[in-house]
Design a protein around this ligand. Structure first.
Ligand code: SAM
Length: 351
């Protein structure tokens, strides 16, 4: 594992694009299985087979942005917009806490209603009530000053996928008012402020190539985020990429393993999108080296409106039996479900 990791740490763009194209196009099933096994070994060196649970709260689907791939883009008139009140968010946390969760992930569109003062009030109330919990935010691009305010209010982690590290590709996925430069600035600011930071991208997004993927790997290697979110791009019917292709799990599984081997300590979720394109996708994600799962704690009445893509999987916890089934499923793979805060390995004692 160490040898392959070291090679990935210094590989150049051409080498990385070659290795990805090999596994996408030429590798046999046995070769792919060997890759996945190596990735699990890399994970288990640091996390010893633990799979961390995070409770996901989708707190708003209002968004000021118009990302071309995303179902909650501002120009989509066909969805019902909602935002949770502070009380509803705290109620979701309460339910999650009772179920055993010790990390809450607040994710939403870029909704200007959530000013610093509103978000800070929510964060500090969660931390006051549940001092043993981590709060992760995923609320898009904000100023450095705003990130600092959120951090000072008690937020621990921030997820902001870079989406693609290639300028031209970025412009094909986003309108001109959004820039890769600002996205990267946000990620470096977040890291400097002290957040545990997550970057990432969609697999098989429109116009993605082996070269753009190699640039993603090199960017991740430079940024060294604590978390990396990758999952299949899934077309949404109300976007320009409707019907773009029929997504599958295979490429995501390969990239999960390669990322795990390159950055063995990273926290790597087996995403809802992976479970949406393949009914065993999340299980396969763990067998490919992932070590995080984020079941949905959002109130049932709004779940159907947080539609980033078509046919989104309901990994809902409508009942505690469902959570118990998920736990058993993970245990049956020889892994250990872990409901602790689940910080990045180097920060587990510091937190
Ligand atoms: N607004 C915040 C942001 O931009 O980071 C958080 C919410 S955003 C909807 C979360 C992630 O959903 C994005 O980073 C993107 O990678 C993913 N996403 C959006 N549309 C998707 C699609 N059609 N298929 C798969 N993932 C998608």
């Amino acid at each position: 594992v160490k040898k392959v990791s070291q090679w990935m740490e210094s590989a150049n763009k051409k080498d990385i694009s070659n290795i990805i194209s090999f596994f996408y196009e030429d590798a046999t099933e046995n070769e792919c299985s060997a890759l996945h096994r190596l990735a699990c070994e890399a994970r288990d060196m640091h996390y010893n087979g633990r799979v961390y649970f995070r409770g996901l709260i989708e707190f708003t689907n209002y968004c000021k942005n118009d990302c071309y791939y995303c179902g909650i883009q501002r120009s989509n008139q066909n969805i019902t917009r909602y935002r949770l009140s502070e009380e509803e968010i705290l109620k979701s946390c309460e339910r999650g806490y009772r179920l055993g969760f010790r990390t809450f992930v607040l994710q939403g569109g870029e909704d200007m209603y959530f000013t610093d003062s509103r978000l800070c009030s929510i964060i500090s109330k969660i931390k006051e009530k549940y001092p043993d919990c981590a709060v992760t935010l995923s609320a898009g691009e904000r100023s450095r000053e705003s990130y600092k305010n959120l951090y000072d209010a008690g937020a621990d982690r921030y997820l902001l996928r870079h989406e693609t590290a290639n300028e031209e590709h970025y412009r094909k996925l986003h309108p001109a008012e959004l820039s890769l430069e600002n996205r990267k600035r946000c990620l470096y600011d977040l890291k400097e402020i002290g957040f545990q930071v997550g970057a990432g991208f969609m697999v098989d997004s429109p116009f993605q190539t082996y070269e753009t993927l190699a640039e993603d790997f090199i960017f991740l290697r430079e940024l060294k985020p604590h978390m990396i979110g990758i999952g299949p791009f899934i077309p949404h019917k109300d976007t320009r990429f409707a019907g773009y292709y029929n997504p599958s799990s295979q490429h995501t599984l390969i990239l999960l393993s390669l990322i795990r081997i390159m950055l063995p300590k990273t926290l790597l979720p087996s995403t809802t999108a992976l479970g949406t394109v393949d009914k065993n996708g999340q299980r396969k994600g763990f067998a490919a080296g992932a070590n995080v799962i984020m079941p949905n704690l959002s109130p049932m009445e709004h779940r159907g409106d947080y539609t980033l893509y078509d046919n989104k999987l309901y990994t809902g916890l409508e009942s505690s039996e469902q959570l118990a089934a998920l736990v058993r499923n993970i245990e049956s793979m020889g892994l250990t479900p872990d409901f602790s805060r689940g910080d990045y390995v180097d920060m587990q004692n510091a937190a």
